[in-house]
Design a protein around this ligand. Structure first.
Ligand SMILES: Nc1nc2c(ncn2[C@@H]2O[C@H](COP(=O)(O)OP(=O)(O)OP(=O)(O)O)[C@@H](O)[C@H]2O)c(=O)[nH]1
Ligand SMILES: [Mg+2]
Length: 199
C-alpha cells in the first residue's frame, strides 16, 4: 500500500495467484469488462501466442473515497507455468491482498498445492506470510468433469480458513464476489493498522 498525501490517493495492490490455466487471466478479463471505462485504465496482458501469461496481466481501477482518500486498485495476475518463478516473485513485491485461483479438477489438485507452497515461499522472501496478509480462494472451473468436492478442496488447500468461492470464471460466475471480498478484507486490514498506528 502506498499513500499519495498530496493527491489524497491510496494505492492498493492485489495479486491473482495460482497454477497454470486455473483461470487467473480470465478473472481479470471479466472484471475489466464489467467496470465502467471512466473508472479504469487499460488492461495490459503480456502473453505467449497460446494466450499464456508470460510476465503478468495488469489493470487499475478506482473506487469512491473512503475517509477522504480515493482507493486506486492495481490487479495483477502471475504466470502460472512453473518456469516463470522469477516473475511470480517480483510481482508479489508490495502486495496487499492475494486471490488464489485454484483449478477444481481432480488431476490439478497437486498443482494447486504446489502453487500455494510456491506462494508461501515467495512471500517469506519479503518477510510476509499467508497468515498475515488478507487472501481468499476461488475454486474455479466448477463446470468441468471429475471435480474434487468442496470439502476436500477446503481441507487440502484452505489451511488458513480464509473466505472461499466456487466459480466458473469463463462464464463470469463467482468473479465479482471473489473480488469484492478481497477488496473489503484489504480495506479492513488497512483501517485496522491505521487505528493501531494512531491510537
Ligand atoms: N471450462 C472452463 N474453462 C475456463 C474457466 N476459467 C478459465 N477457463 C479457460 O481455461 C483456459 C486458461 O485460462 P486463463 O485465464 O488463461 O488461465 P491462467 O490462470 O491465466 O493461466 P496462465 O497464464 O498460464 O497462468 C482458457 O482457455 C480459459 O478460457 C472455467 O471456469 N471453466
Ligand atoms: Mg494468465
Amino acid at each position: 500500500m502506498f499513500i499519495n498525501w498530496a493527491l489524497q490517493e491510496i494505492y492498493i495492490k492485489i495479486v491473482y495467484y495460482g497454477p497454470g490455466l486455473s483461470g487467473k487471466t480470465t478473472n481479470l478479463q471479466r472484471i475489466y469488462n464489467q467496470i465502467d471505462p471512466t473508472h479504469r485504465g487499460e488492461m495490459v496482458c503480456l502473453k505467449t501466442m497460446e494466450e499464456r501469461t508470460i510476465f503478468f496481466d495488469f489493470m487499475q481501477f478506482e473506487l469512491p473515497a473512503i475517509h477522504g482518500k480515493r482507493p486506486k486498485f492495481s490487479l495483477y495476475t502471475v504466470p502460472g507455468q512453473y518456469y516463470y518463478a522469477a516473475s511470480r516473485r517480483i510481482i508479489l513485491n508490495g502486495v496487499d491482498g492475494v486471490v488464489f485461483i485454484a483449478d477444481s479438477q481432480r488431476n490439478r489438485l497437486r498443482d494447486n498445492l504446489d502453487s500455494l507452497l510456491d506462494l508461501e515461499k515467495n512471500l517469506i522472501r519479503y518477510n510476509r506470510s499467508l497468515e498475515q496478509i488478507p487472501w481468499v480462494i476461488q475454486f474455479n472451473k466448477q463446470d468441468m468433469e471429475d471435480l474434487v468436492g468442496i470439502e476436500e478442496l477446503q481441507s487440502k488447500l484452505n489451511f488458513n480458513a480464509v473466505p472461499y468461492f466456487t466459480a466458473v470464471a469463463v462464464q463470469g460466475t463467482g468473479v465479482r464476489e471473489t473480488l469484492k471480498t478481497i477488496i473489503n478484507n484489504v480495506i479492513g486490514e488497512i483501517e485496522r493498522k491505521w487505528h493501531v498506528e494512531n491510537s
